[in-house]
Design a protein around this ligand. Structure first.
Ligand code: C2E
Ligand code: CA
Ligand code: CA
Length: 650
């Protein structure tokens, strides 16, 4: 009894159903209910018509007219409620239908019984037919609202059976029994269908939830839980669109960590991952509000968007805040690490009109900012814009240049600080282009590297340098700068080796200079390349030492013979205690590693004296001599060491 009662309650409680089931039911009903009312009206008017001549007009015309009005209102209501109602609105609508499922059958049944006394056997049979066929139609149309279908069936059939049984007419009694049986069968089917329907909606819900989850995961960086690269570019497109529409400024920032790689190499990947998570958290704490969007692009690169960006200075100040936050210590389980971060920023609508340009500009500002001043933020400016144009022109011209004719090599002495006598020369590239005039190697070498044509340049320059150096006295060494690309592939390294071999110049008199950027990408390849060169007898110098972020482990793994302390630490050394400290520790580090140290870029007497005090031994710089053309080398040698050069000349 209890279970029967609770199943009846369950039948009628649409409220406990899931929001999407409610909406699906509403959707189905909004299509079927107008049809139900039309059938109801058609059947009603058909019955009224057969009773028109026998029953009073209020029953055959007035009442059906009122019914028509009510039905029309309901049809109109259902037609208008099509679309996407909220689950609450759908629930309200279903409850109203449930209530009407009691009222409407009572009204219509009462009306049909009122007609009964007026007719003959034919018209009375029509009433039985009307009630039976209409209730079947209603069950069909109310299929998605079990409670309403049951209510209509119970009321109409209850009254039908009671009424026609009471007439004692065998035909009517048979019809009544038939109708009850058919309705029971139909309601059973309805219950089964309803279960299938509910399960289908449930499955749809789950699929939707799953695909939403997939979508969320596809846009999320799994390590830091920040939006990923894909989400960033989608958001960039959107933000740009709205900045354009609302005439607002949009800032794009790219954040790159300095010193992440050594942490990764030294402490392992899991510590590296933990550091990235901590960086993500720290950055996220700086980014509040709707206008800020932070994401991890991959590796140690993050990016942000700032909608409604304030003026340039304020944006750069925000960038500097980010850098400052990254510079504070990170306490990880296995280590306390200190890194820093650089930020490149570009702002719409200045100097960029597309999302791609905006991002590339920020990236460019980052790349250039990093070279000038790591650990701070750099705004993409008109100067950068001009540089991009200049680089493009350089690249175009360089691709068409006759390298043998236009390139030349000059030589800067490397000097023993105690005696002032040269130990060798560093070969430095010069390009005199018929189109562009003289172009600094600081400009065209990076362009050639990015354009992937540095190999040809290196080979042409090396041949020239070796041929000039062949004329020097035997005790002088030649330093030659190699680029990352010369070491990142075995065949380009072999090309370098074969040029040295063919030149006949003693490999043991050569120092090949490499920078730390060379092994940022493929350390193993660089190691095997330098091993091969070292095996041949060449020395390997680490250029611009102190500016990179390689780990000591990496430096130890390379067969280095010299390090060259970068010019930036030497400039005004005598006035800068911090530089003095750095040079002192770099010299000590070189000594510990058993390597000679060459100090670059000495320009003044004061700098030289300060370096003497620190124990510097080998140096290079304008104080001694700028780079000179090959033809001036004998004259230079004669001026500084007349005896040796005369001896060799003779
Ligand atoms: P680097 O290898 O660090 O070369 C030293 C640069 O500092 C040279 O500039 C040199 O002229 C300059 N320099 C030397 N002493 C002083 C000084 O006392 N004061 C000042 N202010 N500057 C000094 P350069 O010749 O313009 O070369 C710039 C850079 O271009 C080089 O830096 C090197 O990275 C690259 N480079 C030059 N030649 C070649 C080459 O043949 N191959 C490759 N791959 N790179 C080259
Ligand atoms: Ca160099
Ligand atoms: Ca250097």
């Amino acid at each position: 009894m209890n279970t029967l009662f609770s199943s009846i309650i369950a039948l009628f409680s649409v409220a406990s159903e899931s929001p999407s089931l409610l909406k699906a039911k509403h959707h189905a009903l909004s299509r079927q209910m107008p049809m139900m009312y039309l059938i109801l009206l058609a059947n009603t008017w058909a019955l009224a018509a057969t009773h028109l001549s026998i029953a009073p007009a209020w029953l055959t015309i007035a009442v059906p007219a009122v019914f028509t009005l009510i039905c029309a209102i309901r049809i109109n209501h259902w037609l208008r409620s099509r679309g996407e109602p909220s689950p609450e609105a759908a629930l309200r609508e279903l409850n109203r239908t449930n209530r009407l499922a009691f009222v409407i059958p009572i009204v219509f049944t009462t009306w049909s019984f009122l007609l009964y006394p007026y007719g003959n056997a034919y018209s009375q049979s029509h009433i039985a037919f009307y009630m039976a066929i209409t209730v079947i139609a209603c069950i069909f149309c109310l299929m998605h609202l079990r409670s309403a279908a049951f209510a209509v069936t119970a009321i109409v059939n209850g009254a039908f059976v009671a009424f026609f049984m009471s007439t004692g007419q065998p035909t009517f009694i048979a019809i009544a029994i038939n109708i009850v049986l058919v309705c029971i069968a139909m309601l059973t089917i309805l219950v089964i269908n309803h279960q299938t329907f509910a399960r289908m909606i449930d499955a749809q819900d789950q699929t939707l939830a799953l695909s939403n989850e997939n979508l969320r995961l596809a846009n999320l960086d799994s390590l830091t839980d920040l939006p990923n690269r894909r989400a960033f570019f989608a958001q960039l497109d959107e933000a740009l669109e709205s900045a354009r529409a609302n005439n607002t400024r949009l800032a794009v920032g790219v954040i790159d960590l300095d010193g992440f790689k050594p942490v990764n190499d030294l402490y392992g990947h899991s510590t590296g991952d933990r550091l990235l998570v901590a960086v993500g958290k720290r950055l996220a704490s700086l980014f509040g509000g709707d206008d800020m969007f932070l994401s991890r692009l991959g590796g140690d690169e993050f990016a942000f968007l700032m909608s409604n960006a304030p003026d340039d200075q304020a944006v750069v100040a925000r960038g500097d805040e980010i850098c400052a936050a990254l510079h504070a210590q990170f306490e990880l389980p296995d280590a306390t690490v200190l890194i820093s971060g650089s930020v490149g920023i570009s702002i719409f609508p200045e100097l960029a009109s597309t999302a791609e340009q905006l991002f590339d500009n920020a990236d460019y500002a980052l790349y250039h900012g990093k070279r000038a001043k790591r650990g701070s933020s750099t705004l993409f400016t008109a100067t950068h814009h001009a540089q991009i144009h200049r680089d493009a022109r350089i690249e175009q011209t360089l691709r068409q240049a006759s390298l043998d004719n236009e390139l030349s090599v000059v030589f800067q002495p490397i000097v023993d600080m105690r005696t002032g006598l040269p130990l060798g020369f560093e070969a430095l590239a010069r390009w005199n282009s018929p189109v562009l005039g003289r172009v600094s190697p600081a400009h065209f070498i990076p362009v050639a590297e990015r354009a992937g044509i540095i190999g040809a340049l290196s080979r042409a320059l090396l041949k020239k340098a070796l041929s000039a150096a062949s004329a020097w006295p035997d005790d002088l060494r030649l330093s030659f700068n190699l680029s990352a690309h010369d070491l990142n592939a075995a065949d380009s390294t072999i090309a370098v080796m074969s040029i040295i071999q063919k030149s006949g110049f003693d490999a043991a008199r050569i120092d090949l200079e490499i920078t730390e950027t060379a092994f940022a990408h493929d350390f193993e390849q660089v190691r095997s390349s330098t091993d091969m060169l070292r095996l041949m007898g060449c020395g390997i110098s680490l250029d611009d030492f102190g500016t990179g972020y390689s780990s000591l482990t990496q430096l130890h793994a390379l067969p280095l013979t010299k390090i060259k302390i970068d010019r930036s630490f030497v400039t005004r050394l005598h006035q800068r205690p911090a530089s003095r400290k750095i040079v002192r520790s770099l010299l000590a580090l070189g000594k510990d590693m058993g390597l000679d140290c060459v100090i670059e870029g000495i320009e003044s007497e004061e700098e030289k004296r300060a370096l003497d005090e620190l124990g510097g031994a080998i140096a290079q710089g304008h104080y001694y001599s700028a780079a000179v053309p090959a033809s001036e080398v004998p004259g230079y040698l004669a001026s500084v060491r007349p005896v040796t050069s005369l001896a060799s000349a003779g």
